[in-house]
Each structure stands twice: as C-alpha cells, then as structure tokens.
Ligand binder design. Structure first.
Ligand code: C2E
Ligand code: CA
Ligand code: CA
Length: 675
C-alpha cells in the first residue's frame, strides 16, 4: 500500500509552481521538484531546499525581514491566504523576485497550521525597475484589456497561450466571438456587472472554454473598459482538494480521521438514524513501537486498517482516531445483534500481524460499544461512553468487547482522576513506598529488599499499585512516577549507608515501556551519581513479556545497567511466554519464581514438578533464584529441599513502611536477629 506521504510528494512534484511547505515554526517540511530545480538553475543557496531549515530565517538572511514577519503573522493568525512579492538573494548577491502566494494548511490535525508557499518567479532583475509593459508580459497571469463593448484591446503572451490563439487574430474581436460559451455564463454575468457597477471583482471560475479553474480579477478602467487578470489555478485547486482530503483522512492508513468520523456521526444523528459506536483500542501497539520500532508499529496499524475495512459497507464506516485507536460507526438494522458484529471484529485479530524483517506478532484489541439513542442522545457522551466500555474490555486479557453500562461511568471517572493526579507533582500527593525484605541462608539473613510503591490518594484513598501502575503505564506517566520514586528511594539508601553502613541490594520494578525508554535510563544513572549511591546496590526487576526479547533499545538499556553494576532480575518468572529465549538473550542475574508455583506446593504434584524443573533451569544457567510470595512453612521446607534458599513473602514479612523496616532490621545494625 503506497503511503499518503509518498502520494502527496508525487503530487507536489507534478505541480509547476515552485512550492515550499513550512510548519508552524517556519521550518521547511517539504519542497517540490520544481523548487529544487529552480534553486539549482538560478544559483540559489541550496539551504533553501534542505529539510528542517528555518525558512523564515533564510528570508531574514536575504534581507527580507518584512516578508518573514508577514509570514509569521499569517501562521499565527491562521489567515487562509495571502499574496505578496518578495525576493531572495542569490549567491552573487543579486535579487530574484517572486510573486508569492501563502496559504495556511493543517499539516496534522493536532498541530497549529503551517503554510504552503507558492513562488512564481518574476522575470527581470528588480521589480521596481521594470515597465508596466514588461510586467504585463512577464506575468504568469493572463492579462487582457477589454473596452466597454467587451472588445479585446490587448492581450499578453500568457493569455495567448491560454486561449490558444495569436493576439493578431484576437485584437478587435469581442469576448463573445472569442469565447462562444460565454453567452449566458456566470463569467458573462460577472463581466457585465463589473462594467455596470465599476467595482473591482475577484473570483474563482471554472469556465468551460479553459482548462479547468481560473482565478479572475476584473478591474474596471476609467475609460469604461476592463482590465482582466486571469490565472490558471487548476493545479492549485486540485492541490487544495488534496489538502482538504488530508485534513479529513488519516495520513498513514487513508481511513477517515476523527474529524471525518465526527461528521459522519453527526449526519446520522441529524437524520435520526440509530447507530452504534465501536471504540477499538489495540492493546499492545505501544509495546510493538517501543520494542521493535515505529516502522513495525506503522505496519501493524496499516494492516489493522485493512482488516477493519473488510467489514465496511454502506452502513458501516471505519475510521482511525489516532495512535492505536480505531472506530467503527455502524447504522443499526432491525433485529440486528451487535454481539455478532463485535465477534466479527475480534476475529480480525486472530491471526498474527507481519512486522518488518519477516517477524510477526499477535495484536489484540479491546472494544467498547455504545449506541445512539439507546445509551445517550448526545454525540459527545457516545464517544466517552464507548471509550469507558473499552477500558472495561481492557481488563480482560486478549481481545474482548464490552457494552457500555451506566455504572462504568464512576469507574471511568476514577481512572481519569488517577491519570490527572499522576500528571501533577507527586511531592505531597500521598505517594510513598514500602520495602519488602528478601531473606536468605537458613532463612535468617537479609539479602535484599524490594521497593513497592504505595499511594494514599487524597480523594480515592489507598490505591493498589496494580491499579495506578497500569494507569501510569498506559497514560505515559510511568517515567515521571518512577523518577519521583527513585529520588525518594535513593535518598533513603544514602541515609542508611551513612547511618548503618547499608550495603544490600534494593530492587526497583520497571515496566516494559520504561525498559525501552533511553531518556529515563539516562535520568536513572544521573540520579545515582547525584545521590552518590553505588550502582551495585540497585537491582532492576522486569516482568516477562512476549515481545521484549527482541527489542534492541531494551537490550541496550539493560546492558548499560549491567556495565554499571546494576543487577537484573526477572519478576514473576514462569507466568510469561518466552522463558528460555529470554534467559539466553538478556543479561540476567536473578530469577524470581512467581507465587503461582509456590502456592501449589503440597497441593498439586504436577506444579511441584514444574517448580523443580524451573529451579533446575535457573541453577544450570547460574542465575540467583528467589521464591516469591512464600506464606507457609511447608513451602519453605520444600524449597530448601530443592536448593532454593532465598525467599520473599508474608511468611517472613509483609511490605513494610520505611520507618518500620528501619526499626526491625537496621537499628541494631545486625540483620540476623529475626525468625
Ligand atoms: P510484584 O513485583 O510481583 O510484587 C510482589 C507483590 O506481591 C506485592 O504486591 C507484594 O505485597 C505481594 N506479596 C509479597 N509477599 C506476598 C505473600 O506472601 N503473599 C501474597 N499474597 N502477596 C505477597 P503489591 O505491593 O500490591 O504490588 C503489586 C504489583 O504492583 C507488584 O507485583 C508490581 O508488579 C507492581 N508494583 C508495585 N510497586 C511498583 C513500582 O514501584 N513500580 C512498578 N513498575 N511496579 C510496581
Ligand atoms: Ca517485583
Ligand atoms: Ca513478582
């Protein structure tokens, strides 16, 4: 599938005008071939054509500050269109004059408008020094002078070309003789009106004698005739249509975008149609982007669009909101069961998606459904309700759907509140952490601690980390949260070092998106230096994840950790997917066997066998081993018998407040007086 970006470039290159597209800050984001050729042939600085150059700055350098200011103003006010003249200095310092038309365009529906700049070179060296005659002849506009009987008195070279006849043949003829289709046309009406009212007129016209659309200016003359400027804007019109199309369609997939889908929904509602709104969120696109690369993520998005479109018909519209969100608007048919359609949607995600480099991955979708008028009469509610239902569906693993129910509303509000609180400053927000001891040897020595985040939310009360960590991960605030936590934790470690000679590892949990976040790791290393904490006192805990094994960024970040002496532990081991491939690819120091296996001790022989082989596996690759969630003495016994001797769990201690931990484990400076 050819991407929209290629398509628009092809379009730009077809246009004869010299085009430069700039973004809202004045940086060049695109130029066309015409402009590249012109710059090369006219000794212009190549900078003008390079990407990411500041066009306004280049104008300033060409001693054209006024033009730069005007463009800035146009961008700020999003004035739709503006024409002017200005010049560039070529490399010899000669001025090249252009007639320029500046049109603001939305390059991306979320960004402020940028602009397309159409340059039309003016022949002659400087605009001030040329005569009226040369201006008329060098203009790229067609130009005619008609007398009060609409007889041709003058036409310029361009006009000859447009009409396709020599001026000798035309001068003296009337407009009606030259253009047989003029009679009764809108153009005739305009000409006569201008003659009669003596008022300046300007309009776009698609007059059938010409090649498509023209922009026409009629200027009544004192002697009774008309001066007519005539510019062929067919290509510009098409470009505009294209640009409008881009404003309504998604760049990557070509699907209708939010704006277009809103229009569709609005029009259905106006026509009193019943319809349902399916809000589709891809569960793991963020991972695919982070763990493979954006090209793979884009490939998935395009394939999802294609699969969804296979379901579209005259009463079923598919669109893309943004990122990992799609919507389907479906007009209701009598007796129709929406579950069946929802199942069809889910079926689209059964097969894996191809990524770049012949790899493939499963992508699942969470689908929320709300209906007009069943759930609400208002469009705005409809979208919010469907989104709320989508979050409900998200709670299920894998693809699933959920219909909106009014009680979900308060859950949604809760989530939004958590999201908002996470975005703010976490200092004094009720956010804190506990530590849970890791016990080794005969079950007596403290061998490490794990940091577990806690949040006594000012409105919602005590929150489970399972809830707020997931919200943070999904709303992109996890780095903010973890950095805050690191500040607090490192401060405490430094204190303990000074007070008690603390030299034991502290484990911090990190989510997949954090592991792929290089900026976060830079910050992490800086903080260690800032607080003067030795990296070997820290451990990073990561949870198994299907795609993680392949991400280069994650690998690089983990290797950097290892180089610095930070150790790496795999959390919840045995519950994920990858296992062996994982252990061989990642630089791992420690495996934490999930509580799921520990719970089965003494209950289920098969699970005990799996547990034994997990322990064996860890030992064979020389990893440290820790059993999580140890609660009962028989668990400890079994584990010890099978040579697993490091434990974390309620049997020893629940996660403790820092002060309690200090009192219990640190104040007597010995870690060996407990159980
Ligand atoms: P986890 O990393 O597997 O942490 C262990 C969880 O098991 C903790 O729950 C702990 O309180 C609980 N636990 C410990 N021993 C026992 C036991 O003997 N029996 C039982 N039933 N449970 C035990 P918690 O603190 O509620 O944390 C839940 C999860 O939230 C953590 O699971 C971790 O995935 C996540 N989490 C907590 N703090 C953070 C954090 O700072 N960052 C990130 N990324 N995730 C965090
Ligand atoms: Ca953990
Ligand atoms: Ca765990």
């Amino acid at each position: 599938m050819e991407s929209k970006t290629d398509e628009i470039q092809e379009w730009f290159d077809k246009i004869d005008d010299l085009l430069v597209v700039i973004d809202n800050k004045g940086e060049i984001v695109r130029v066309n071939q015409g402009w590249i050729d012109y710059c090369a042939n006219n000794n212009l600085d190549q900078k003008i054509i390079q990407g990411a150059e500041d066009y306004l700055e280049l104008l300033n350098q060409s001693s054209n500050a006024e033009a730069a200011d005007t463009i800035k103003e146009i961008l700020e006010l999003e004035i739709p269109e503006y024409s002017t003249h200005f010049h560039y200095m070529d490399k010899d310092g000669d001025k090249l004059w252009f007639e320029v038309k500046i049109k603001t365009v939305k390059l991306d529906s979320n960004e402020p408008a940028g602009a397309v700049i159409f340059h039309t070179p003016l022949k002659g060296s400087g605009i001030q020094s040329i005569t009226v005659e040369t201006v008329l002849e060098s203009m790229t506009d067609g130009f005619y002078l008609l007398d009060d009987q609409l007889r041709f008195n003058y036409i310029n070279e361009v006009a000859e070309k447009i009409i396709g006849r020599k001026r000798d043949e035309i001068l003296g003829l009337t407009a009606h003789e030259v253009f047989p289709k003029l009679k009764g046309s809108n153009l005739e009406h305009q000409l006569l009106t201008a003659l009669r009212t003596k008022e300046h007129m300007e309009f776009d016209e698609n007059f059938s004698n010409y090649d498509g659309w023209s922009h026409i200016k009629l200027i009544p003359l004192k002697n009774g005739g008309l001066a007519i400027y005539f510019q062929n804007i067919e290509q510009q019109k098409k470009l505009e249509e294209k640009l409008t199309e881009f404003a309504y369609y998604d760049f990557l997939t070509g699907l209708p975008n939010r704006r277009k889908m809103t229009e569709i929904a609005f029009s259905l509602k106006e026509r009193k149609k019943k319809f349902s709104f399916f809000y589709i969120n891809l569960d793991n696109l963020k991972f695919i982007n982070a763990l493979y690369n954006y090209a793979s993520g884009d490939k998935v998005v395009v394939s999802v669009a294609e699969r969804l479109q296979s379901l579209s018909d005259h009463r079923c519209h598919v669109g893309r909101l943004e990122g990992d969100e799609f919507i389907v608007i479906r007009e209701s048919a009598p007796g129709e069961r929406l579950e069946i359609f929802a199942e069809k949607l889910m079926d689209l995600f059964k097969d894996p998606f191809m990524l770049a480099d012949f790899q493939s991955a499963y992508v699942t979708a969470s689908i929320g459904i709300a209906c007009i008028p069943f759930d609400t009469e208002r469009l705005r509610d409809l979208v919010a309700f469907a989104e709320t239902a989508m979050y409900e569906a998200k709670k299920e693993k894998g693809s699933s759907y959920s219909f909106y129910r009014p009680k979900m509303r308060s859950q949604r509000e809760r989530r939004v509140l958590i999201e908002k609180s996470l975005m703010g400053c976490l200092e004094d927000s009720g956010f804190y952490f506990t530590v849970q001891p890791q016990i080794s040897g005969g079950g007596i020595n403290l061998s490490g601690i794990e940091v577990l985040a806690r949040w006594k939310h000012p409105v919602l009360g005590e929150l489970s980390p399972l809830e707020f960590i997931e919200v943070a991960e999904q709303s992109g605030t996890i780095a903010h949260l973890t950095t805050h936590l690191l500040h607090e934790v490192l401060k405490v470690i430094k204190d303990w070092e000074q007070l008690y000679g603390w030299n034991i590892k502290t484990a911090i949990n990190m989510t997949p998106s954090l592991l792929a976040n290089t900026v976060f790791f830079e910050e992490f290393f800086n903080l260690l230096e800032h607080y003067g904490v030795c990296p070997s006192l820290l451990e990073v805990e990561l949870t198994e994840h299907a795609e993680m094994a392949y991400s280069e960024t994650t690998m690089r970040n983990l290797e950097l950790c290892r180089e610095k002496g930070i150790s790496i532990a795999i959390d919840d081991f045995g519950t994920g997917f990858s296992m062996i491939s994982y252990l061989t690819q990642f630089p791992i120091n420690k495996i934490k066997i999930d509580r799921y296996f520990i719970r089965q001790i003494g209950e289920d022989a098969k699970s005990e066998a799996v547990l034994k082989s997990l322990i064996h596996l860890a030992q064979s690759i020389e990893c440290e081993l820790l059993a999580e969630g140890v609660e009962r003495p028989e668990e400890v016994l079994f584990l010890k018998e099978n040579s697993c001797t490091v434990f974390q769990g309620y049997y020893y201690d629940k996660p403790l407040q820092v002060k309690d931990f200090e009192r219990k484990y640190l104040s007597d400076l010995s870690f060996s007086s407990q159980k």
